[in-house]
Design a protein around this ligand. Structure first.
Ligand code: ZN
Length: 241
């Protein structure tokens, strides 16, 4: 069993709640689909927790923005927060994040932050309208891996593309065709459900389950306020937008 997380966005109370839930399951590995930082107030602590957990991962556009100081396709508020974040990352956190590639290749498939159609992989969105093109691009790059799984994040909305019928609870993945999966966002869900989201994936049984975890949003908002970051980010958390 592998726990897959994405878009933590420096929300430490949400990450702690998710890692607590992960510990309740028999998990052999932890995979992160990028954007560990950006938006919220505890970037260094979040990177530190993932480093401690030996988390494998890919870089997101916000991670790159904080590491390089360049504008990685973020809006003006996000850019300002990326600069703020860059100043707060310790050398150890920087080194850990910088060790992640933009695209991870594994025997089971691949992982990216953004999408499979853009050469940068950290940007571009897999949505209902772009899913078919992304499935085709992923299938071409995954070659002959039967039932390859392509993980992605960036939209902050859990999704499973490539399965005939999406069912509540455990979803069975096809053994031949490709599947693209987004575990949802740990630290800033945008699907109207404010609870943190992640995925429990069993590559042997070929099943995946999206898990939602309630956490102390007030604690995240308090840290946000204390850091002087935009208050609107707190309201978005409560709305799940
Ligand atoms: Zn994100």
């Amino acid at each position: 069993m592998i726990a897959v997380i994405a878009d933590v966005h420096a929300n430490l109370p949400a990450l702690r709640a998710v890692l607590g839930e992960v510990r309740r399951h028999r998990v052999d590995g932890l995979l992160c689909l990028g954007d560990v930082v950006g938006y919220h107030a505890e970037p260094d602590e979040c990177v530190g927790l993932l480093a401690e957990a030996g988390c494998a991962g890919v870089l997101g556009n916000h991670d790159l923005g904080a590491l390089t100081g360049d504008d990685h396709h973020a809006g003006s508020v996000a850019r300002a927060i990326q600069r703020w974040t860059g100043e707060r990352l310790s050398a150890a956190a920087r080194a850990f994040l910088a060790s992640w590639p933009a695209r991870l290749y594994r025997p089971w498939g691949q992982a990216v932050h953004g999408c499979y159609t853009h050469p940068a992989a950290t940007i571009g969105y897999v949505t209902a309208t772009t899913a078919a093109a992304n499935l085709a691009a992923f299938a071409a790059s995954a070659g002959l891996i039967p039932g390859a799984v392509g993980w992605f994040g960036h939209t902050h909305t859990p999704a499973i593309h490539g399965v005939a019928a999406e069912v509540a609870g455990e979803v069975e993945l096809p053994a031949s065709g490709c599947t693209l999966i987004n575990p949802g966002s740990v630290g800033q869900p945008r699907d109207g459900d404010p609870r943190a989201s992640f995925a429990l994936w069993d590559p042997d049984r070929r099943t995946v389950r999206i898990v939602r975890v309630a956490y102390d949003i007030d604690a995240t908002v308090r840290a946000l306020t204390a850091a002087g970051l935009p208050a609107e980010l707190g309201q978005r958390l409560r709305d799940g937008r």
